[in-house]
Ligand binder design. Structure first.
Ligand SMILES: *[C@@H]1O[C@H](CO)[C@@H](O)[C@H](O)[C@H]1NC(C)=O
Ligand SMILES: *[C@@H]1O[C@H](CO)[C@@H](O)[C@H](O)[C@H]1NC(C)=O
Ligand SMILES: *[C@@H]1O[C@H](CO)[C@@H](O)[C@H](O)[C@H]1NC(C)=O
Ligand SMILES: *[C@@H]1O[C@H](CO)[C@@H](O)[C@H](O)[C@H]1NC(C)=O
Ligand SMILES: *[C@@H]1O[C@H](CO)[C@@H](O)[C@H](O)[C@H]1NC(C)=O
Ligand SMILES: *[C@@H]1O[C@H](CO)[C@@H](O)[C@H](O)[C@H]1NC(C)=O
Length: 430
């Protein structure tokens, strides 16, 4: 198994982040008969729960497609990276790039990693069009809730949008964890809310059992730093990740219910994806419980790190200069468990949301990013002399770089909002 980094802290600066038998013919015939007999109003129910899940064996061999409920003409989240000679679409002079992700500035010698685009199987994903994005967001607002990888996407979005318009800093407080930017020409606001665990948390011990700190996580108490502001937003992109690999004590209803890597006798050590599941459960409940929230919740899924030859703190690094081909990487082990945990919570919340009028949408970055071991800062996220904990950063993404594509996904999601059937099926992308 590859090593996973907890998201780390840089010294002296802000916290940092991180598969034809006659039987089938018979089944198909019966299905066809059912479909023609059953009135159209029951169709959605039938397609999701019966046709796709159990009748087609391929779905059970493809747990990812099953979790995603993939149906319709094109799954934009599955595909491959193909060369793009026009990329990148901005450069290292964009002021919004965070120091530690400005790889060209810190001397990354190869530039090939910037020259790829995502090509979904069976359709095209257009490259981000900033003017179109801003037009769709006119008079609207977008919030990023999560950790520094979420912020990493926001900074990519800003660099892409600055090609078409300008912004003003409209932050309420001078704290990089809680920024707000306003595009006057479009009356569009984009904000970021720092919440690496989504739920209330505090640091119990800055050193802890593994020298990376020990956190207390209160799973039934959402982090009010973001929950209190959500009714102001039309779209909320929620994502967290690598902080859940750190040692932590888990509380529910004020009771210690277990821990993760706490190395304390008599305390149940729970798997790493347990906390991740619980945090998403609570965070999604927040939206389903907020009667005043009329927006759309977008889950940006887990983005795997790519440490090789050791853990993040054992000299592990990510030195590749090209994406993996599909056959070279599989979503498995802890990466798959993290993905499964959040997707199961997402699917449950989306069902609940349909009853309550809260829209849930998926920005599934997991498979695409698994294929990008070349997109991380590695040692080019700082000066060679800098004293940083995450010396070789294989968690965040260079800007410009592969996560610019997350905004291609985002624009598709926004476009589909207008042209989508009530079932939430994807239309072919034109
Ligand atoms: C970077 O982009 C800016 C603005 O588009 C452009 O003026 C500049 O020449 C570019 N710099 C490099 C090094 O490509
Ligand atoms: C800007 O958008 C907000 C909603 O986000 C709306 O309340 C406000 O009236 C708009 N302002 C202008 C000047 O159009
Ligand atoms: C909320 O934000 C403040 C900084 O404004 C921070 O001190 C506090 O720890 C945050 N709360 C949580 C649960 O992260
Ligand atoms: C663990 O539990 C056992 C049995 O309840 C008890 O005897 C022991 O003292 C406990 N150890 C610690 C460190 O709490
Ligand atoms: C949401 O509401 C349900 C039902 O009232 C409650 O059990 C749950 O604790 C609430 N969750 C949050 C995060 O507020
Ligand atoms: C790097 O920073 C840590 C924590 O601030 C400090 O303990 C350590 O001595 C520093 N190392 C060097 C080489 O400066």
């Amino acid at each position: 198994m590859k090593a996973h980094s907890p998201e780390l802290q840089t010294n002296g600066s802000r916290p940092f982040f991180l598969h034809i038998t006659p039987k089938i013919v018979l089944i198909l015939t019966i299905t066809f008969l059912l479909l023609t007999v059953i009135p159209l109003c029951l169709f959605p129910l039938l397609t999701t729960s019966i046709t796709w899940r159990s009748l087609f064996p391929s779905s059970s061999n493809d747990p990812i497609a099953a979790l995603r409920g993939t149906k319709g003409s094109c799954d934009i989240f599955r595909g491959e990276w193909v060369p793009d000679r026009h990329a990148p679409y901005y450069n290292e002079t964009c002021w919004a790039i965070h120091e530690h992700q400005n790889c060209m500035k810190f001397g990354r010698p190869d530039t090939g990693f910037m020259k790829w685009r995502w090509r979904p199987d069976g359709c095209e994903l257009p490259i981000f069009n900033p003017a179109q994005f801003l037009e769709l967001m006119r008079g609207k607002s977008l919030a990023f809730v999560g950790d520094s990888v979420g912020r990493n996407q926001m900074q990519s979005l800003i660099c892409l949008l600055l090609k078409a318009s300008y912004l003003v800093d409209a932050s309420f407080i001078q704290d990089d964890r809680f920024r707000r930017f306003y595009f006057p020409d479009y009356n569009f606001t984009v904000a970021t809310f720092w919440s690496p665990f989504l739920v209330r948390s505090n640091e119990a011990d800055p050193i802890g059992p593994t020298l990376t700190g020990l956190f207390n996580l209160y799973f039934d108490e959402p982090d009010t730093n973001w929950t209190t502001k959500m009714t102001e937003f039309n779209y909320v992109i929620i994502s967290v990740g690598h902080w859940f690999f750190r040692p932590a004590m888990f509380y529910k209803n004020h009771q210690l219910v277990g821990c993760q890597s706490c190395r304390t006798p008599n305390i149940t050590d729970l798997p790493k994806y347990y906390g991740y599941r619980m945090a998403f459960r609570t965070a999604f409940q927040v939206f389903n419980n907020l009667t005043k929230f009329k927006g759309t919740v977008i889950l940006r899924t887990f983005a795997p790190s790519h440490f090789e030859n050791g853990m993040w703190n054992e000299g592990g690094n990510c030195k590749r200069q090209q994406p993996y081909q599909r056959s070279e990487a599989r979503l498995e082990g802890i990466n798959f468990e993290m993905y499964r945990a959040q997707m199961e919570e997402y699917n449950a919340a989306a069902r609940e949301g349909r009853k309550k009028g809260v829209k849930f949408r998926l920005l599934d970055a997991t498979e695409a990013m698994l294929l990008r071991p070349d997109g991380h800062p590695s040692q080019y996220g700082h000066l060679p002399s800098a004293n940083v904990t995450l010396y070789n950063d294989c968690v965040h993404w260079c800007l410009p770089g592969p996560i610019d594509m997350w905004n291609d996904f985002l624009l598709q999601i926004l476009k589909n909002e207008g042209s989508k059937s009530a079932m939430g099926r994807w239309f072919p992308i034109l």
